[in-house]
Design a protein around this ligand. Sequence first.
Ligand code: CAA
Length: 249
Amino acid sequence: MDKKIALVTGGVGGIGSAICKRLVEQGHFVVANYIIPGTETKYLDSMAAAGFDASCTAVACGDVTSYESMGEMAARIAKDHGPVQILVNCAGITRDSTFRKMTPEQWRLVIETNLTSVFNVTRHVIDGMCERGWGRVINISSVNGVRGQFGQTNYSAAKAGILGFTKALAQEVIRKGVTVNAVSPGYVETEMVAAIREDVKQQIVAQIPAGRLGSPDEIAESVAYLASEKAAYVTGANLSINGGLHMYA
Ligand code: CAA
């Protein structure tokens, strides 16, 4: 496959950085977006340790909750490296709380970071993909967007919204050579899952038929597939990778 320019939002996080590594291994130039100062150093160090340098990866600071910030970031990436051809919308946060205790701020932060962000980034790169006749948009949803999760009305709503977005946009751009798909991870070994209260986490793991958490690499592999030429006829799909936690036809 030709070398493409890939942008991964939240690319310095647990699943994000595994996706970046896998896309670099696939031969692409990968830009990892981040927002918290310092997190990019850890990312670049881990990439260097894996033998990947500035010839195959870079970082880009930007706030996914801001349409303007994402416009500036997309323009900067186009100028420095080339237009984004593969976009992975991976930035996400949790603010878990039962609904009856949830504050408007917890609702707003999660919807803006996990769902509105997908509009904010994709809107700036989709025209170029369509004009060039090739593109890949891969949205990271969640098992909890499909089945709902106690304590996550905000997160489940945002992740379910991503699935609707994926299916609608897929229909609009497939004839331009652009595919739009989702990947729905289950519970994966990341800081996000590590933050769940220990007793609650143990109850969740007990419900997973695989009997363990997933690894970020297991999620990254499916993203690499969806980004590949071989997945040209896959669009509007949602790949579930959850160790059997939730099965549906
Ligand atoms: N179903 C039904 N009832 C439940 C329940 C469930 N799944 N979980 C808890 N309850 C009950 C409890 O038994 C308890 O009942 P009593 O009052 O009768 O004792 C009541 O609901 C309150 O439960 P908690 O003690 O847990 O309430 P809390 O306010 O202390 O904590 C919470 C709420 C922070 C949301 C906590 O329940 C929690 O962390 N839940 C897990 C949320 C979760 O799965 N987050 C995923 C994060 S990782 C991620 O999001 C990545 C991804 O994509 C998968």
